[in-house]
Design a protein around this ligand. Structure first.
Ligand SMILES: C[S@@+](CC[C@H](N)C(=O)[O-])C[C@H]1O[C@@H](n2cnc3c(N)ncnc32)[C@H](O)[C@@H]1O
Length: 457
């Protein structure tokens, strides 16, 4: 461990990942439903703190050509990797700077940012570093700006403390497999323990490579937090909780029943909604949006905003797109005749939500709910306007062409493709990624779906 890293496992570069959840356009639906206003999704300034090799940020820069992006990370090797990818894609609206959050907190404030993102950072650093992040957001995020945070949630991690302690204490041997002793000790401990949550967690973690475990459970400051803790910390930057970044998280009755749903209902009535939700779902990760003074939307503004969104008919079975990962329960606004009517309304192509609502024989509030439920079920996708798609097309092609070149050369495969239609990145199962890169024959349906999101090369 080196001094500059403050206990962050900088000797062990994080595995490159991409996050489909990070997309201003994708956040719009959740924010509208939560009645929180947001900055423009065309012209804006976007900051990512702890961007790593910045694959997601680079794809976003390709998809939002009128916006400006800045990524910051203190690991030089990741900065080099990010800059190389930017040069390959040929982008001029993104910069990556090598700096620590402490250095940023002391630096003069640049033109303020409308959006900030922080994925996999907050619960991996010490309290001083968290304080520096808050100081940066307090100065650098514009009034009305939004910050996304993806972080480990305590509800699903609380049981893991003994394993963390083992991973921090057991001797690290051969650098090619440093956690051999820790893995064995964990198995031994689990044989003594009757903690079911821990067993389930370890079943998943034990499959992961040591490099991942170094960050997830071996790091000095790696941990998890409760939602009210991060909310309170960001309060010092005059920020408040807006909503979870995914629309599905505003529809608990679609996923929970019985005692779990009762817990959330009680938590909401008593003012501890997010803790109750995390416990009811046993959640181990949260994707949240916080705002810095964003005005609340009136009821009519919310309805107009939602009615103005454009949706494309989709099918959950496609296996990709922004789908809720949990099993859905039946809903009175998703009865087969309602689903059929909505499917018919989009059978000729994309439609405005308002037009679908007006075509349903339901009261307008229920009709709007019915459409939102179809979005959550993955039977509708919210898509950008034709102008926005056209503006993003060249950037997306360039990004995906680089992805294909890496894939063809079997070097450093980018885990996601950029969709101009969705204004975000899409993670594809391997089979579909091969089809998108033209490496495999496919059936017409797969090709149709990939083409609808402009993911084929
Ligand atoms: C787990 S990685 C997440 C990377 C990326 N956001 C992602 O989700 O793929 C956390 C990143 O935060 C960076 N980081 C940690 N502490 C930092 C600090 N004090 N200043 C700047 N960057 C830091 C690390 O170098 C690392 O790239």
């Amino acid at each position: 461990m080196s001094d500059w890293s403050r206990g962050y496992p900088a000797h062990n570069a994080y595995l490159d990942t991409m996050q489909p959840e990070i997309s201003p356009f994708r956040w719009r639906t959740a924010l509208l439903a939560a009645r929180v206003s947001m900055p423009s999704t065309r012209r804006f300034r976007f900051l990512e703190l702890g961007c790593g090799s910045a694959h997601t940020l680079i794809a976003l820069a390709a998809l939002y050509p009128e916006a400006d992006f800045l990524g910051v990370d203190f690991m030089p090797e990741l900065v080099v990797r990010a800059r190389k990818l930017i040069a390959e894609v040929g982008l001029s609206n993104i910069r990556i700077e090598e700096a620590s959050f402490a250095e940023l907190a002391d630096a003069p404030c640049p033109e303020q940012f409308d959006y900030a993102a922080l994925h996999g950072v907050w619960t991996w650093v010490d309290a001083d570093t968290q304080g520096e992040i808050v100081a940066v957001l307090g100065k650098w995020l514009a009034p009305g700006g939004l910050a996304y945070a993806g972080y480990n949630c305590m509800a699903g991690w609380a049981a893991a403390e003994p394993i963390r302690q083992i991973f921090r204490s057991a001797p690290q041997g051969d650098p090619s497999a440093p956690y051999t002793a820790a893995r064995l000790a964990t198995e031994q401990y689990l044989a003594l323990s009757d903690n079911l949550q821990l067993r389930t967690l370890w079943q998943r973690l034990s499959q992961m490579p040591d490099r991942f475990l170094a960050h997830e459970i071996g790091a000095t400051w790696g941990g998890a937090c409760w939602h009210p803790q991060i909310e309170a910390a960001l309060g010092a930057a005059k920020m408040g909780f807006a909503c979870p970044s995914e629309l599905s998280e505003q529809f608990d009755p679609l996923f929970l029943e019985g005692a779990r749903l009762e817990m959330v209902t009680r938590g909401t009535a008593e003012g501890w909604t997010q803790t109750a939700r995390d416990l009811a779902y046993g959640r181990s990760f949260r994707n949240d949006l916080f705002h810095r003074g964003a005005p609340r939307l009136s009821g009519p503004e919310m309805i107009d905003g939602l009615r103005g969104l454009r949706v494309l008919g989709w099918n959950r079975d496609a296996g990709f797109g922004p789908l809720a990962r949990l099993t859905l329960r039946d809903s009175p606004v998703a009865e087969p005749d309602i689903e059929d009517s909505i499917a018919r309304a989009v059978s000729d192509g994309p439609s405005l939500i308002g037009d679908i609502v007006d075509a349903l024989v339901l009261d307008p509030q229920r009709a709007l709910q019915a459409v939102l439920v179809q979005i959550i079920k993955g039977n509708l996708l919210v898509i950008r306007t034709d102008d926005e798609i056209a503006a993003a097309r060249d950037g997306a092609r360039a990004f995906n062409a680089v992805g294909k070149a890496h894939f063809d050369a079997r070097r450093h495969v980018l885990p996601c493709l950029a969709s101009p239609v969705l204004g975000g990145v899409v993670m594809l199962p391997e089979k579909l990624q091969k089809i998108a890169y033209g490496q495999r024959d496919c059936d017409a349906l797969d090709l149709d779906r990939l083409s609808a999101l402009e993911l084929t090369s």
